[in-house]
Design a protein around this ligand. Structure first.
Ligand code: ZN
Length: 319
């Protein structure tokens, strides 16, 4: 497959300002969490703890891509769906001079020899001192049935599907969202999406960023290696996934949309997490579902987000 020839659908968005989004999200969060804070401000260097990004910020030409999709996993894995983050950055028309990509996707089965979860976190060029800085993690089911989450090393590959926020990796104003003590049934990203759609309705708004869970426990899943035979239905996929509880602190890379997806078959929310502390073999990581009810009183989220000006739908599966 020549990746540079993948089909790309480009959609110019006309997002609300960060201040307008902050106002909408502030209203929605207050109903769902005991303590909240939403503002537009400039973050500290996001390369540092607790965020651990590959570049210092999430500003400059923010854009979002949805690559491939779940039809590449089920009913049968599409083993032609092999991609590379740097090639995708070109299809997202990111400047060669430098940039940052973060998000949630499937690992490069063609590199790792098995199916895994991927937490893309890659800077290049001026965003990382001139060379590629790869802080991408992946999570797999280990031989003993547990989860192993670790840095991927040099590979910039991924497989099947990915949801990505791309930007110049510069420092600048972002949405700063803090929420503590969950009171409702919706998780952090659902609450933000609901708050945005309550104000902006069907208007397509695409947001991405990083959040850290400072306290509490979350439910994650990790995909095992590919099954021997095709999935019968969605329920079989859900039963095949391995679910785990993970303790804070954990870093989450997130891309989500509000409004009408304009028949692009967008994945409306996708968040992957990795723990940056502790011995590598014991690290936690996977696909974020929700925080556990047992820790809802103590759960504490803090995130930095940007809104995209442009959306790229790349290699949309035909089914
Ligand atoms: Zn996922």
């Amino acid at each position: 497959m020549d990746e540079s020839k993948l089909p790309v659908l480009k959609l110019a968005l006309s997002p609300p300002s960060l201040a307008e989004l902050a106002s909408a999200i502030r209203d929605g969060l207050q109903a769902s969490f005991a303590t909240t804070h939403v503002s537009v401000s400039t973050p500290p260097d996001l390369r540092e703890a607790p965020f651990h990004l590959a570049a210092r910020g999430l500003s400059g030409n923010a854009r979002i891509a949805d690559v491939g999709g779940q039809p590449n996993l089920a009913p049968s894995p599409n083993l032609n769906a092999k991609y590379d983050l740097l090639t995708i950055s070109e299809l997202m028309e990111m400047p060669r001079a430098g940039g940052l990509l973060i998000g949630a996707g499937a690992g490069p089965f063609h590199v790792l020899g098995r199916n895994t979860e991927l937490m893309p976190n890659l800077a290049y060029g001026s965003a990382s001192g001139g060379k590629v800085h790869n802080r991408t993690h992946f999570a797999k089911i280990s031989e003993d049935g547990g989860v192993q989450c670790q840095r991927i090393g040099e590979s910039t590959g991924f497989g099947l599907m990915c949801n990505l926020l791309g930007c110049d990796g510069e420092m600048g104003p972002l949405l700063h969202i803090k929420a503590k003590g969950r009171r409702g049934p919706a998780n952090f990203t659902q609450t933000i999406r609901k708050a945005v759609s309550a104000v902006f309705g069907e208007k397509l708004i695409s947001i991405g960023g990083v959040f850290v869970i400072h306290a509490g426990k979350v439910k994650l899943h990790v995909m095992p290696d590919f099954p021997k035979k095709p999935f019968a239905d969605r329920k079989e996929v859900e039963n095949w996934l391995r679910y785990f509880d993970a303790d804070a602190p954990i870093v989450c890379l997130s891309v989500f949309h509000s409004g009408d997806d304009q028949e692009l078959a967008l994945r409306m929310e996708h968040t992957h997490c990795f723990a940056a502390d502790g011995p590598e073999k014991e690290q936690r990581g996977g696909h974020y579902h929700f925080d556990l009810d047992e820790s809802m009183g103590e759960i504490e989220y803090e995130g930095w987000f940007n809104v995209a000006d442009t959306l790229y739908r790349i290699d949309q599966p035909r089914s």
